[in-house]
Design a protein around this ligand. Structure first.
Ligand code: FES
Length: 147
C-alpha cells in the first residue's frame, strides 16, 4: 500500500493523533460509508466562545480514513465553529500531501464526521443547525453539496 500514499498519510496512519473519546464532549458525530462499510465517530469540545478546544476520534476503517480522521482532528483544534465548517475534504487531503483518487471518499467521511459533530453541538445548544452533512459521491472526491 505504500508508494501510492504520501509520507504524511503513512505517518498519520501509523501514529494517528487524537485517537479516543471525549466522555463529556459537546458534540459527537457519527458517520459511515455504506459502500466500504467504514465508520467514523468524532468528538469535539467547544468553549463559550465557540472555539473547538479539543477533538478526538474513533475510526473503524481503512488507512486513509484513519489518516484523514487524524488530520481533521488536528486541523479543527483552536478553530471556531464557523472556521471549522469551512474545512473541506480537499483541505484535509491536501494537508496530508494528497490522497489517491480512489481514496478521496475517505476524506469526505472525515469532513462529514466533523460536520455531524458540529451539528450535534449546535442542536444541543439550541442553535440553528447546518445542512445535513455532505453526502458521499463515490470516488470522485466531489461532495454532493447542494450548497
Ligand atoms: Fe472507506 Fe476509506 S475505504 S473510508
Amino acid at each position: 500500500m505504500e508508494g501510492q500514499y504520501s509520507e504524511k498519510v503513512m505517518e498519520h496512519f501509523r501514529n494517528p493523533h487524537n485517537v479516543g473519546e471525549i466522555p463529556d464532549a459537546d458534540g459527537v458525530g457519527n458517520v459511515g460509508n455504506p459502500v466500504c462499510g467504514d465508520i467514523m465517530r468524532l468528538y469535539i469540545k467547544v468553549d463559550e466562545n465557540e472555539v473547538i478546544t479539543d477533538a478526538k476520534f474513533k475510526t473503524f476503517g481503512c488507512g486513509a480514513a484513519i489518516a484523514t480522521s487524524s488530520m481533521v482532528t488536528d486541523l479543527v483544534k483552536g478553530k471556531t465553529i464557523t472556521e471549522a465548517l469551512r474545512i473541506s475534504n480537499r483541505a484535509v487531503a491536501e494537508a496530508l500531501g494528497g490522497l489517491p483518487k480512489i481514496k478521496m471518499h475517505c476524506s469526505v467521511l472525515a469532513e462529514q464526521a466533523l460536520r455531524s459533530a458540529i451539528n450535534d453541538y449546535l442542536a444541543k445548544h439550541g442553535k440553528p443547525t447546518i445542512k445535513e452533512p455532505r453526502s458521499i459521491h463515490e470516488n470522485s472526491g466531489e461532495p454532493n453539496l447542494g450548497d
